[in-house]
Design a protein around this ligand. Structure first.
Ligand SMILES: Cc1cc2nc3c(=O)[nH]c(=O)nc-3n(C[C@H](O)[C@H](O)[C@H](O)COP(=O)(O)OP(=O)(O)OC[C@H]3O[C@@H](n4cnc5c(N)ncnc54)[C@H](O)[C@@H]3O)c2cc1C
Length: 331
């Protein structure tokens, strides 16, 4: 661990004040629960001039119904997210994903906003400063080459967040605040496939809330992740599925993956809609997964295992939701 770098800490009273501060301080960072950012700073990954602590903002973690949609403030802790009756009863797959993040002490302070905006990860990046220096640093930070894909001109660090895929499968949106005002965007558009520049948010923009769409009748939603330690671990691969069955055909199938690429991704499942979920459909889905998931040597666990786990989990989860075996989560 490194010593903490020197920085000033600000405690704005409102999110408006926070985004104004951010735009006047180009080297600053927002601070949620700090369970991602502070760990990285202790490893010498970043030297912000200022931290803008969002923790004291009133209503930043509030939950409210607006026209049938549920607005969940980005400051809600993951422990609270999993506990809220509105979430547990209507969007239980979201509660499942929140409970799958890290351990209980992390979840007590980790926020929804910090989870969605968490840094990408790689075995050549999440290391001590001296280790990275010995390796000539890397394209994500301080270096000029990617050690995962050596001839690449972009970073392949992987996004390992648990919450984003569920929100993508649900068709949720982000409410984003900038000094100029609020805008809304589908969760999947917050990300880009570049491990170093993985967020599409402008530097002065903050995630204010997540907007969960009204529940869809007959929709079944689930989330699964593969990890080494059940107690505390990032997803080596994760998959969220929202499925609606009409008789013997799929009326809706939204599949979002994490832990495989530099961004959480929504699969293009258009050619499976209107057809039964059978062996042919499962084979086609594995083809789509092969084309979309780009599992590389970014974790200690081998890429081949992660690829297989992803295929197996996705197949199993869709089987389960299709058959509605009583353990299915409506959402
Ligand atoms: C041992 C360990 C295990 C972990 N396991 C998991 C896991 O299994 N699954 C998982 O998903 N994560 C895991 N994490 C990562 C992390 O704990 C969680 O992602 C957590 O939810 C991050 O939230 P936070 O509020 O602490 O974020 P912070 O650390 O405060 O912030 C993270 C990033 O988000 C930015 N940010 C925060 N809020 C906003 C906002 N409102 N708008 C814009 N940017 C913002 C910050 O500037 C920073 O760049 C783990 C971390 C550790 C240390």
């Amino acid at each position: 661990m490194n010593l903490m770098p020197e920085f000033r800490c600000h405690h704005p009273a409102s999110l408006d004040e926070a985004v104004k501060l951010k735009s006047s301080l180009p080297e600053s960072r927002f601070l949620g629960g700090g369970t991602d950012l502070i760990v990285n700073l202790r490893r010498g990954l970043g030297e912000p001039s200022d931290l803008i602590d969002l923790g004291g903002i009133a209503d930043y973690g509030s939950v409210r119904q607006v026209d049938g949609a549920l607005w969940v403030g980005a400051g809600i802790t993951l422990a609270e997210l999993a506990r809220r009756p509105e979430i547990a009863s209507t969007y239980p797959a979201l509660a499942t994903a929140a409970l799958a993040v890290a351990g209980p002490t992390h979840r007590a302070s980790a926020t929804l906003g910090g989870n969605l905006c968490q840094d990408t990860r790689c075995i050549f990046y999440n290391q001590s400063d001296w280790w990275r220096e010995g390796n000539g640093f890397c394209l994500k930070y301080k270096g000029d080459r990617c050690h995962v894909v050596v001839k690449s001109d972009r970073c392949y660090a992987t996004y390992h967040g648990d919450i984003a895929p569920v929100l993508i499968a649900l068709g949720a949106e982000a409410a984003i605040l900038a000094p100029a005002g609020m805008r809304r965007a589908a969760i999947e558009t917050l990300y880009r496939e570049d491990g170093a520049q993985y967020l599409t948010l402008a530097p002065e923009e903050a995630l204010a809330a997540v907007v969960l769409p009204p529940p869809v009748a007959g929709r079944r939603v689930g989330y699964e992740k593969a990890r080494v330690r059940d107690a505390v671990d990032f997803p080596l691969a994760g998959v969220a599925v929202a499925l609606r069955r009409e008789g013997d055909v799929l009326a809706e199938l939204r599949v979002a993956i994490t832990g495989t690429n530099s961004a959480p991704l929504l699969l293009n499942t258009a050619d499976l809609i209107g057809k039964p979920w059978d062996e042919a459909a499962a084979t086609r889905l594995v083809e789509i997964l092969r084309k979309t998931a780009n599992v590389l040597r970014t974790t200690v666990t081998g890429a081949k295992y992660r690829r297989r786990a992803l295929h197996r989990m996705t197949r199993g989860l869709i089987d389960r939701l299709w058959n509605d075996d009583g353990q299915v989560e409506q959402g």
